[in-house]
Design a protein around this ligand. Sequence first.
Ligand code: MSP
Length: 504
Amino acid sequence: MKKFYVTTPIYYVNDSPHIGYTYTTVAADVLARWNRFIGSPTFFLTGTDEHGAKILESAKKMNREPKEHCDAIAGEFKSAWKKMNISNDDFIRTTDTRHEQTVREFLNKLYTDKKIYKAKYNGLYCVQCERFLVDTELEGGLCPDHKTRPVEQSEENYFFKLSDYRKKLIDIISDGSMGILPEGRKKEILGKLKLGLEDISISRANLPWAIPLPFDEAQTTYVWIDALINYISGCPQNFWPANVHLIGKDILWFHSVIWPALLLAVGLPLPEKIYAHGFFTVNGQKMSKTIGNVIRVEELTDKFGVDATRYLLLSAFPFGTDGDFSMDGLKEKYNSDLANNIGNLVSRVVTMVEKYTEGRIPEGQKSKKLWNELLLIKEHYENLDFNKILDTILKTVDSVNRYIDSSAPWKLAKEKNSKLNDVLSNLCETLWVLAHYLYPIMPQTAQRIWEQLGQAGKIESSNFLLDNKIVFTKVGSVGTEVGSVGKEEIKITRPKIPLFPRLT
Ligand code: MSP
């Protein structure tokens, strides 16, 4: 089985985690959970970006020592991810000794292989972006993203020979040997690369809160070079190259140009895919501290619960595009997709089994595979097509609800018609399969459905995604095909609380 290594960007510790970061992290978690579920050796890395001028400034503002500040905010990220049920295998911090050591080795290699040289540089630096801006990017002299005036910097720095890799980068991006997704982003990067590529400064002369260059202690490492190397310093043996670097579109250039060029320069393999998702605005505005519209994770989890928050983030708009967020919109989606659709289906089926067959999953003819379409989801996971995953789930739930309406089990029960068993056994089987496909997105909900179907243990131990066999397991025994097991043993249990209580 092919291994799977997925990463998120490492987040700046200048601010507490908000839903922008949560968005990327949940998406990566869904991919990691899916890959573990289908049996791939999986490694999922996230972490925090802790050096540089921006962090130093934010520490000063809060009257804290830089390291003390980083510890505090990194702690907040860790607990936010725990709360969101994020299954990262490691959490890398750029202030970790293991990371600093790898950065030194990486830079030393570049230096000894003569990929770095010293030169004078003059430029306009935006501390919030942590990069130099070129004149054509400015709007009225200001950084277009932060609306602040960049500061003029003139110093002698070390430069990485980025321009040497222009042709190679164009080749590997064009022929798809390093994937950039969605397709539109690939075109954007190729377009820029065709215009030219300049060498970049990789050090700073007067910035103490950074990793000193191993070959010149008077200078420190540029924060972006430091940060990108986390993907190597946090990667266990045999997992490199990354299969997916999941990022926001704002940092695509760093990941699709600078990072692969650095890897080529030290002779390491390139990531398989870089996926840049869109950005969301809140009620039509950019999410920012100044505007005061930053949505914290807890605001969503307090209202909707953890699983629904994961679902709502992913379903808010097509992954890869920009979109707007509003609490009203989320509530509407929660009620329609989760309370009325998925939650209601589970409760309908479980209630009927309890009522008509005393909570036992009956034997029945599998006349109709209601869940056939769900099998297509595998491909959507491979393509990181979260929208198609969610669409397929909702469509299936819709058609199962229609199947219930048209087969009217309540009538069949009244008539003591033996077809009732066929319908109910089909429905239980469908919920069983559905729980598997829901698991990566809403792990706790999937587990609850699993338990309501009378299944013991953890749903993630199920082999269904490996062998496509539906095996209903009775508590404390070996699994047997649904229906052929002694009917008494599996007991459907109606939950006391619905999966997704309707919000008013
Ligand atoms: N530290 C760098 C990344 C280094 S990776 C080697 C950085 N950090 S950041 O804290 O600014 O977070 C960037 C990521 O957070 C974005 O790329 C994106 O994944 C996510 N998002 C932050 N705000 C967001 C939105 N408003 N919408 C969607 N994603 C957002 O850049």
